[in-house]
Design a protein around this ligand. Structure first.
Ligand code: ATP
Ligand code: MG
Length: 631
C-alpha cells in the first residue's frame, strides 16, 4: 500500500501522470489525446478525445471473465422479491431496455428522466441510457409532483421511465398519478412514458404516449444494441442536489472522467476487488446511489445489493441478515440510518455473522461521535466517515482503505483524498487557516475527474454559484465549514449558511449540535439561529430524546433543558448556550436525510419556510411549530 503523503502529493503535483495511470482501470475505445485540459477553467476537461462508454465498462467488459458472477442482487422487503442477476443476465436486460428506448426514438444526447422506486428495472434504465449515450436524470421516487415537474422542465426529457408504484414501510405509494399530475404542471412534455407495472397500484395509460414495459420487452427479446462510444466529456447524467439550502442545482457529469474516478475509488477508497459484494443502503435518486449502488461496484466487477425497504422491517436486523446471507464485504450507509438503528435492541446486531464485512462507510451528514462509536463497537469493524457532495461525485475527505491504513478520529472524515486540492481558507482573507481555526472548505481548480462539469444548461450559474466566493481565484466553495487539526485531519463544522451570530460571536450550529448530542439523553438534535432584539441572533435547539418519558412532564422538560444548557455551557461557553431547547418527536429533513435547518429557522422567525419540495415528512415541521407555540 502506498504511503498517504506520497500518494496524495503525486496526485496533486502530477495530476496528468496520476490520472493517466488510473485511466488504465477502464476500457477505452479510442485513447485520449490530452489527459487534462484547463483552457476554459474552471470548466475542466478530462481525457479529451478519448472515447469510452460507461455501460460497456460497467457491464459488457466483465462478460468475458464474470458472466456467471452475481452483478445485481435485488432485495425488496416490501414485496418479498429477492433476485440475483449475473453479469450475463444484467447485460441481457440492459440491452433490452436500450432497445426499447431506441424504439421510442431516444438518441445520443437526449434526456431520459427516471422516476422509479428501487427496482431492478431502474438500474437497467440507467445503464441502458449510458449504453446509447442518452443522458439520464434520475428523480428520487419519493418526490411528489411539484418537485418532479420542475425537474421535467429543467431536463426536458424525451422519455420518462416510471412505474405504477413504490412501497415504503409496507405502504404502497402510487407513482403514476403523481407523474400525471407533474406532467400537467410541467411546460415540457416527453414523447413517451415507459411504465413498469409491478401490480401494486392501478394505473391508467395515456394512449399513444404511455408504453407498457413488459409488453415492449417481449418484442425486443433478441435485440442487439451496441454501446455508443462517447467522447470522454460528453454528459452521462444530470442529478439534482438535495435542496437542503435552497433550490436544487442540476449537476452535470461527464463520461470518461467519472468512469475513471469511480473505478479508482472502488479500489483506493473502498478497498474493493472484483468479485466483492457491496451493499449501499442509499437510493438511486441520490448521488451515493448513482456512484455506489450502480456505477462504482459494477465498474469494479463487483456485485451490488439494491435494496428496497426500510432498515426496520421485518425487524431492525434486516441489513445484517443481508450482510450475512450475501457475504457483503463493503457496506455504505448514512449516519441518519445508524441513528435509527441505535434506538433498537443492540442484540439484533449480534444475531448475524458479519465476518465477511470489512468496512462500513458512512456519508451524507456529520457523523457525531456517539453514533460513530456506537456502531463501531456494535459491529466491531472499521467505520469510515467520508465527506463529499453531489457536485464532487465521490469522496473528497476520507481515510482511503486502499492507500495507507491510518487511524481514524471520531468526528473527522479524515484526510483530503488524492486528486482534491482541498484547503480550509479564512472566509475574509482567503488565506489558509491555522490549525484549529475554522474556515471555508474549498477546492482549487482543476477539480479531479468525476466531479461536476457544469450546471445543466447553465454555465453561468456554475461559475457564479461555486467559483465566486474568492474573486480572482479559481477556488470552488463547498459551502461547508471545516477545520484542520495538527495531523491534517479535517473536521466538518456545518454549512456556511448555518452560522449564527450571537452578540458578535459567530457560532456554527453544528458545534452546538455536537455538544448537545454528547448528552446521553439526546438521540438527535438540530440547532438554528433566530432573530434576537438584543443579541442579534440567539441559538435555539430542537431535540429528540431517547426516552420520551423524560420529557413527558413540564418538570421533566425543564430539568433536561437545564442539564443540556449546562452541557453546552461547559463545553463551548455561555455564549453558545441555546436560548431555548424544545423537545420534538421528529425533525424536518430532506428526503435524503439531511436536517432542514433553514425551514426550522424560518418557522421560528415566523417566516414562510420556502421551498419544501424535498421535505421527507411535512408533519415534522408542524411539530416544530407546535413546540414553538407550546402546544
Ligand atoms: P443543496 O446543495 O441543494 O443545498 P445538499 O448540499 O444537502 O443540498 P448533497 O450534495 O446531497 O446536497 O449533500 C452534500 C452535503 O452534505 C455536503 O456539502 C455536507 O454539508 C454534507 N455532508 C456530506 N457528507 C458529510 C460528512 N461525511 N460529514 C459532514 N457533512 C457531510
Ligand atoms: Mg450542497
Amino acid at each position: 500500500m502506498p504511503r498517504y503523503e506520497d500518494f496524495y502529493r503525486h496526485s496533486i503535483e502530477q495530476p496528468e501522470a496520476f490520472w493517466a495511470d488510473q485511466a488504465k482501470l477502464i476500457d477505452w475505445h479510442e485513447p485520449w489525446t490530452e489527459v487534462l485540459d484547463t483552457t476554459r477553467s474552471p470548466f475542466t476537461r478530462w481525457f479529451s478525445g478519448g472515447r469510452t462508454n460507461l455501460c460497456h465498462n460497467a457491464v459488457d467488459r466483465h462478460l468475458a471473465e464474470r458472466a456467471a458472477q452475481p452483478a445485481l442482487i435485488y432485495i425488496s422487503t416490501e414485496t418479498g422479491i429477492e433476485r440475483t442477476y449475473t453479469y450475463a443476465e444484467l447485460h441481457a436486460e440492459v440491452v433490452r431496455m436500450a432497445a426499447i428506448m431506441q424504439g421510442l426514438g431516444v438518441q445520443r444526447g437526449d434526456r431520459v428522466l427516471i422516476y422509479m422506486p428501487m427496482i431492478a428495472e431502474a438500474a437497467f434504465a440507467m445503464l441502458a441510457c449510458t449504453r446509447i449515450g442518452a443522458i439520464h436524470s434520475v428523480v428520487f421516487g419519493g418526490f411528489a409532483s411539484v418537485s418532479l415537474a420542475s425537474r421535467i422542465d429543467d431536463a426536458a426529457p424525451k422519455l420518462i421511465v416510471s412505474a405504477d408504484a413504490g412501497s415504503r414501510g409496507g405502504k404502497v405509494v402510487a407513482y403514476k398519478p403523481l407523474l400525471d399530475e407533474a406532467l400537467q404542471r410541467a411546460a415540457h412534455q416527453p414523447e413517451h412514458v415507459l411504465l413498469v407495472d409491478r401490480g401494486l397500484a392501478p394505473m391508467a395509460h395515456v394512449p399513444g404516449r404511455d408504453v407498457d414495459y413488459a409488453g415492449a420487452r417481449v418484442q425486443v427479446a433478441n435485440a442487439d444494441v451496441p454501446c455508443v462510444w462517447l467522447e470522454s466529456n460528453e454528459p452521462s447524467y444530470i442529478l439534482y442536489t438535495s435542496g437542503t439550502t435552497g433550490k436544487p442545482k442540476g449537476v452535470q457529469r461527464d463520461t470518461g472522467g467519472y468512469a475513471v474516478a469511480l473505478a479508482a475509488s472502488m479500489r483506493l477508497i473502498f478497498g474493493g476487488q472484483p468479485g466483492d459484494t457491496m451493499f449501499t443502503t442509499s437510493d438511486i435518486g441520490w448521488v451515493v446511489g448513482h456512484s455506489y449502488i450502480i456505477y462504482g461496484p459494477l465498474l469494479a466487477g463487483m456485485a451490488t445489493v439494491m435494496y428496497e425497504g426500510t432498515p426496520l422491517r421485518p425487524d431492525a436486523a434486516v441489513w445484517w441478515r443481508i450482510v450475512e446471507q450475501y457475504k457483503v464485504n463493503q457496506m455504505f450507509s448514512a449516519p441518519t440510518a445508524i441513528r435509527v438503528l441505535k434506538k433498537q435492541d443492540p442484540a439484533l446486531l449480534k444475531r448475524h455473522d458479519l465476518s465477511s464485512l470489512r468496512t462500513l462507510f458512512l456519508a451524507g451528514e456529520p457523523l457525531d461521535e456517539p453514533t460513530g462509536r456506537w456502531i463501531h463497537e456494535a459491529i466491531g469493524k472499521p467505520v469510515v466517515d467520508n465527506y463529499w457532495q453531489t457536485e464532487t461525485g465521490w469522496p473528497m475527505l476520507a481515510l482511503a482503505r486502499g492507500v495507507e491504513d491510518l487511524p481514524g478520529k471520531f468526528g473527522s472524515p479524515g484526510l483530503p483524498v488524492y486528486g482534491f486540492k482541498l484547503d480550509v481558507l479564512d472566509e475574509l482573507t482567503g488565506e489558509p487557516c491555522a490549525v484549529g481555526q475554522k474556515g471555508v472548505l474549498t477546492l482549487a481548480a482543476p477539480l479531479p475527474p468525476g466531479c461536476m462539469s457544469t450546471i445543466w444548461n447553465n454555465d453561468a450559474r456554475f461559475v457564479d454559484t461555486y467559483w465566486s466566493a474568492f474573486p480572482g481565484r479559481q477556488l470552488y466553495s463547498s459551502f461547508d465549514w471545516g477545520m484542520r487539526d495538527e495531523d491534517g485531519y479535517v473536521y466538518i463544522l456545518g454549512r456556511t449558511d448555518d452560522v449564527i451570530n450571537v452578540a458578535g460571536h459567530r457560532l456554527g450550529t453544528r458545534e452546538i449540535e455536537e455538544s448537545l448530542s454528547s448528552h446521553a439523553a439526546v438521540a438527535e438534535v438540530a440547532v438554528v439561529g433566530v432573530e434576537d432584539k438584543i443579541k442579534g441572533q440567539a441559538a435555539i435547539a430542537f431535540a429528540i430524546v431517547r426516552d420520551a418519558a423524560r420529557v413527558a412532564t413540564t418538570e421533566g422538560r425543564l430539568a433536561l433543558e437545564g442539564e443540556l444548557m449546562k452541557t453546552v455551557e461547559g463545553q463551548l461557553g455561555a455564549v453558545a448556550r441555546p436560548a431555548r431547547i424544545y423537545f420534538v418527536n421528529a425533525l424536518p429533513k430532506t428526503r435524503s436525510g439531511k436536517l432542514l435547518r433553514r425551514a426550522m429557522q424560518a418557522v421560528a422567525e415566523g417566516r414562510d419556510p420556502g421551498d419544501l419540495t424535498t421535505i421527507e415528512d411535512p408533519t415534522a415541521l408542524d411539530q416544530v411549530r407546535g413546540a414553538l407555540s407550546g402546544t
